[in-house]
Structure formats: C-alpha cells, structure tokens
Design a protein around this ligand. Sequence first.
Ligand code: NAD
Length: 486
Amino acid sequence: MREIQHFINGRFVPSANGQSFDKRSPLDNRVIAKVHEGGQAEVDAAVSAARAALHGEWGRMPTEKRLAMLHAVADEITRRFDDFVAAEEADTGQPHHVIAHAFVPRGAANFKVFADVVRNVPTESFQMETPDGRGALNYAVRKPKGVIGVISPWNAPFLLMTWKVGPALACGNTVVVKPSEETPATAALLGEVMNAVGVPPGVYNVVHGFGPEAAGEFLTRHDGVDAITFTGETRTGAAIMKAAADGIRDVSFELGGKNAGIVFADCDFDDAVEGIFRSSFMNTGQVCLGTERVYVERPLFERFVMALQARCEAVRYGRPGDAGANYGPLISHEHQRKVLSYYAKAVSEGATVVTGGGVPDMPGDLAEGAWVQPTIWTGLPETAAVVREEIFGPCCHIRPFDSEEEVLVLANANRYGLSTTIWTRDLARAHRVAAAVEVGIAWVNSWFLRDLRTPFGGSKQSGIGREGGVHSLEFYTELRNVCIKL
Ligand code: NAD
C-alpha cells in the first residue's frame, strides 16, 4: 500500500511520533494509502525550513530565474500528467474526463499564469511637487510577504492548492501546505516535481493531517507564518481568522456558497439545461461555485424541471476509468451522511422529490462507496434548510419566479455571495442582473468559464479578498513605497 509522507525542506519524512491515518477510496471504501499525520513538530520543522529558504538561494534568486523555474514546474507536471491524474482519481473517485481535462491541466497552468503575471506587472509611480520646486518621485516595489500558510480543501484538491502555491511562489514567498486529509496525494507528488526541477529545499513544504487541534490549526496559529490563504468552509474560515488575529496576520479566504442559477424564459433552452446540469451536478455537486438554488421563469418552469430530471436520470455511475462512466461518488462516507441528512430533511420539510433522494444500487465492491443520487426538489419555501444552507452535494431546489425584481430578491436573500449563473438572451437584462446580484462572480450563459487573470472570490460570507491575475499580488506581496527627493 502507498505511504504518503510529509515533504519538508526538500525531503519526504515520516511523522516524528510515527502517527498515521488511513486514506480510503470513496469508490469502494478500500484503504488506498497510509498517510503520515503531522503535529506540532512537523509544522515547526516545515515553517522553519520555509523561513530559512526565504533567506537562502530562493530569496536571492533573480526574478527571471524564479519564474523560469515555475514554468519548469508546470512542464514537469505535464510530463507526469498520468501520475497526477491517477493520484487525483484515486483520492476523489471523480470521472477521468473531469480530472484529465480540467483539474490537472489547470493545476499546471496555475504556475505559468502567475509567473507571467509577475513578469508583466508594472510598477506604480507618482511624481510630486515640493515647496522648494525640486519635486520628488515615488515608486512602489513589491516584496514577498514571507512564509505563507496554505490550507486547502478536497473538492478539486490539485487545482485549488496550486491556485495558491503558484502565485505565492511566483511572488517569491515560501509555502507550507496543509492539504485536506481526504486528498493528500497530489500535494505529495508536487514535492517530487519541485525536487526534479531544482526548486530549493524549504520553498515548498507539505504537512499532512487534520484541521482543528491538529496540523491545520497548528499551522494557522504558528507565529512563523506571515499570512494564511484558505479555501474551505465558512465556519473553518471563522476559526482561522481568530487564529490569524494573533500576530495581525493577513488572510485570503475562499469560502462556502449557496449559489443561485437564474433562468429567464428567453434563454437558449438547451444551453440553460446543460449549463444548470453542470453547475448543479458536476463533480457530484462538490463545487463551491455550484448551483443549489435554481430559479426558473414561470413559463419555462415545468419543461425545465423535466429536462433537468431527464439529464440527472441519464448519469452513469462508475469508476473513473470505466467506459461511459460520467458520475463519481462523494468524497467520503462522512460527507455522504451529511448529504443524505439533507435529503431526509428536504422530505420532512415538505419537498416534492422530482428525482433521486437516495443512494443508487451499485454492483460488487462499489456498494461500499460513498454514492448518492443526483437529486432535484421543488415546492419548498425559501426558509427551508435545503434552500438556505450549503449542502455541497449533487442536488438543487427549483422554484418558479414571475419577474426580474422578484428573482433578484430571492437570489440575494442568502448569507453567502460567491457566484451566480444567469441564462437569458436579453443583453440589457444580463448586464442589469449581473450588476444587481450580490456575488463575487456572475456568469451569463455560462458557468465555471474561468480566465485566470480575472478577480476570483466571494462576497458576504463567501470570502475575503480576491485572487487571480494581479489581484493575487495584493495578497502575496507587500507594497513598499520609496519616496526620493529630487
Ligand atoms: P473544510 O473547511 O472542512 O476543510 C478545509 C481545510 O481546512 C482542510 O485542509 C481541513 O483539514 C482544514 N481545517 C479544518 N479545520 C481547521 C482549523 N480549525 N484550522 C485550520 N485548518 C482547518 O472544507 P472542506 O470540507 O475540505 O471543503 C468544502 C468547503 O470548501 C465547502 O464549504 C466549499 O464551498 C468550500 N470551497 C470554497 C471554494 C471557493 O473558492 N470559495 C472552493 C472550493 C471549496
């Protein structure tokens, strides 16, 4: 069985106290890896390696050489593409096409894109007048923030982790990553890549383990960590923010969502059905940007519900490599219990279950996996728990609406504000609605279409700050103003 160790100061190392935990496959609950469980000792070692690297070869490296190294990291990921795909498939159980066409290529791209952003970012400067007439020149230089703590989730583990590691390293920082305990494999593989291309020891470190009172919390509390970037649940974000308050450390948070899909009667019907199907059910609904509340203009309502139902009932469950399989399990039995508890709650709150609502019959070993059916509800009030709370599963509630004003009130009546997907052929309305929804990202006639140069993040309780393109530099660098009297 595979053993996954920490990656500290350029070497794979076991836990000092010998502790480990089992990683189980979401497909059939088999133990697929023994993962070393980090504690305070591993976090201390990783943070001091990261701090030392800031003052070593990495800290002195010319920017061009550093950025070329990150291009080499991306190229090495691409060279070892099959290893990354296999590792991600084993950890998450998601279909091959999603991992091979979206998640792993994006993981590699995250190193190139941010290297290019850093290479091309201009320097801010202001000339000022002074009473003596000689004037002064101001310019701002960007300095790396230092040691960045990266805490990442399990739902698209490689993509989401590199989305932070890429810009952090491009800006000259060093990182200590605590990947989700559910998905340790690709973070470990990336350590091999770093060594293969010559990234100096201590620049990229990984400590495996759990969150509260464990490696995650020890990392966020560590006074050697200068800033923390986190993707995960909103309530975890609140705990991390409290930890970051000691030492007044900066945070960047990408948190939960309860995103609305808004379908107007003048949409392209087939595109809208396909778009909402993807936004609600891709990755078995485990996408922060996913759509768990769908609002459909009344004339289209019944036809839309039927079409989405047909789409859900046509999914083909299976292992990532199985011919024709396009639908995977949830990440774990623990998450399956949570999602099924919401399925039960929907029924007790009076929902009409249009499709799904349970566990599919799976053959052989797969019967032990964390499978659930894609599920659609109608008929619930907006106060119902499944309409208000993030479930993070393959499910949505669909409700009819009668006017643009009404749907905006419905869409905005939620504590989260991550994304919205709007379906209409009326361009003026598209602009109006996109401007009025309280979210960080509004898609029109699309979903999850990502240009990595654009700002990414959430409003309200969906996050703090924006990452992407030059926006990532705001978090990963410190601006120093230099004022020169002429
Ligand atoms: P989670 O908050 O349970 O865990 C995320 C990470 O935080 C894990 O590595 C975990 O070990 C660690 N952690 C947990 N408690 C901690 C603590 N007290 N201190 C330090 N670290 C701690 O989230 P998850 O279940 O892994 O991921 C799903 C959640 O992530 C959903 O809410 C989803 O919406 C959100 N998410 C948001 C985005 C975004 O971009 N906004 C992207 C993906 C996922």
